[in-house]
Design a protein around this ligand. Structure first.
Ligand code: ZN
Ligand code: ZN
Length: 152
């Protein structure tokens, strides 16, 4: 573990967008849903943190796309790198975002604690190690979201 506070820098592939983030937790998760798969090309590895904990440089290059009725996804408008996933509902969750782990300059020393939509993961790969693994139905039940609204 690193000394607190754990401040991590990062940015997109081309460097137009840079950030400094103060982590509130060392734990991150993976989402295997279809939208995250298409968005990232594999699975979304994301670390949850308050939006207020991130200072952006080049924020004018952040392109946000409303990807569902309740969430948006942010990319660099120049190189297309995925930056974060954000719930836009009027909900306490909206104070947080899911920062893409791959955007960190150094993602070492963190703990991979959860995979969701595990039943949507292609059978051709699997992340090694033991952790909580939830199906689509399990995560929707946990979030109190009806099956119909469950498109991430
Ligand atoms: Zn970029
Ligand atoms: Zn997802």
């Amino acid at each position: 573990m690193r000394a607190a506070p754990d401040i991590r820098t990062g940015g997109c592939m081309c460097g137009a967008v840079r950030f400094s983030a103060t982590l509130t937790s060392a734990e991150f998760g993976a989402c295997h849903c279809e939208m995250c798969r298409r968005w990232t090309g594999s699975a979304l590895l994301g670390i949850t943190m308050p939006m207020a904990n991130i200072t952006w440089q080049g924020a004018e290059h952040i392109r946000r796309m409303q990807s569902s009725d309740w969430a948006e996804r942010a990319n660099c408008d120049t190189c297309g790198s995925a930056l974060y996933y954000h719930v836009t509902l009027d909900d306490p969750m909206a104070d947080n975002l899911e920062l893409c782990l791959g955007a960190l300059d150094d993602a070492s020393g963190l703990s991979f604690n959860r995979e969701i939509y595990i039943d949507h993961k292609p059978d051709s790969f699997a992340y090694a190690g033991e952790r909580e693994r939830l199906t689509r139905a399990q995560i929707l039940a946990q979030l109190g979201i009806s099956d119909k609204e469950g498109q991430a």
